[in-house]
Design a protein around this ligand. Structure first.
Ligand SMILES: Cc1ncc(COP(=O)(O)O)c(C=O)c1O
Length: 352
């Protein structure tokens, strides 16, 4: 008989099977592939990659660049297969039986799963009606529950709102446990708390190349923290856990990150334009966003989602999720895609 590890039956499978949407705005990806100049360099680099060797040079080149950019030591950086691998490993390192991990709700849905996999107890902290985090209450809960790891996603997915760097520092200066700050969407906001790593040994900042840098397909992320933390996270990585191809691509993308600035700016201005337009639709609640997506609420969200599906437009619908009742999350696409989404939504909602 097949016998699986304890509690595995309570862990849902991440359903990665996707429809082939004509307008794909359900996963907060970059709507554009690599800038032509970057693509050219990437192909040049791949043509002399040592496929026969384990990834060493590529790994340390990227670490060196990132460390230099943030003025930290190389020992304070770890790379991962997307920030997903980083987050999962951090949960493993600070989780385990009898340990508690706190994270807000609603937030990135994978935190709950990683906590289960790490056999830690999840402590859910509910955001308020506007999806803001009450900092004092959060600190209180961390202390009361004696949690081992606190997690904040800033800006928050899927709500799009932010916590100020001052509030993050207030939390850090009030707690003893480790804080994992997930900055997957920080480039669309611009106010990172990464410099606090130099002051607080218990801070981990997780970043990704998947969103602003359009590398979702390469799966590259990284973390910045104290050496004491990276030394412990390293212990549970498998040898050569990253592949040379992705590392070489990410290395060039990081070198050429200025090439991405115009498209980040366009995504931000499209977001603002969409927020303004959507706010004019009657009975549609539009939440403020500092990311590359917008959360909306309408009592006909289910029907609206079906309508989008019928048009080949894929958005994220949070069916059955009480904290996100009647909410849809729409990633920012090209201007033409955004216009199409807006027109479809306006026509549908004003007709019913
Ligand atoms: C908040 C947040 N963190 C982390 C991730 C993981 O991204 P990746 O593994 O592609 O870096 C995502 C992906 O959607 C996300 O939304």
């Amino acid at each position: 008989m097949l016998s699986f590890r304890k509690n595995l039956e309570n862990i849902p499978i991440y359903d990665g099977v996707e429809k082939n949407y004509r307008v794909k705005i359900n996963a907060n990806e970059s709507t554009l592939n690599l800038p032509p100049l970057v693509e050219e360099r990437v192909f040049g680099r791949l043509s002399h990659l040592a496929f026969n060797r384990y990834p060493n040079e590529e790994y340390y080149d990227l670490i060196e660049q990132i460390a230099k950019n943030f003025s930290v030591d190389k020992s304070q950086i770890l790379l991962g297969n997307g920030s997903s691998e980083i987050i999962e490993k951090v949960f493993q390192v600070f989780g385990g039986e009898g340990k508690k991990i706190i994270f807000p709700q609603p937030s990135f849905s994978m935190y709950k799963i990683y906590a289960k996999v790490a056999e830690a107890e999840s402590v859910i902290f509910n955001l308020d009606k506007k999806f803001d985090l009450n900092v004092d209450e959060f600190i209180k809960k961390i202390r009361e529950e004696n949690v081992n790891l606190a997690v904040i996603c800033n800006p928050n997915n899927p709500t799009g709102n932010i916590l100020s760097v001052e509030d993050i520092e207030k939390i850090l200066s009030s707690i003893d446990c480790t804080l994992l700050l997930d900055e997957a969407y920080i480039e669309f906001h611009g106010k990172s708390a990464v410099n606090l790593v130099k002051k607080y040994k218990n801070l981990i900042v997780a970043r990704t190349f998947s969103k602003a840098y359009g590398l979702a397909g390469a799966r590259v992320g990284y973390m910045i923290s104290s050496k004491e933390i990276t030394d412990n996270v390293k212990k549970i990585f498998m040898p050569y856990h990253m592949n040379s191809l992705s590392l070489a691509v990410a290395d060039i993308v990081f070198q050429m990150r200025d090439e991405f600035v115009p498209r980040i700016q366009i995504a931000v201005s499209e977001r603002e334009r969409m927020i303004k337009r959507l706010s004019e639709i009657k009975n549609l609640e539009v939440f403020p966003s500092r990311t590359n997506f917008i959360l909306i609420r309408h009592e006909k969200a289910d029907e609206l989602n079906e309508f989008f599906e019928s048009l080949g437009i894929g958005v994220r619908f949070f069916k059955g999720n009480e904290s996100l009742k009647n909410c849809l999350r729409i990633s920012i696409g090209t201007r033409a895609e955004n216009d199409e989404v807006f027109d479809a939504m306006k026509n549908f909602l004003e007709e019913i």
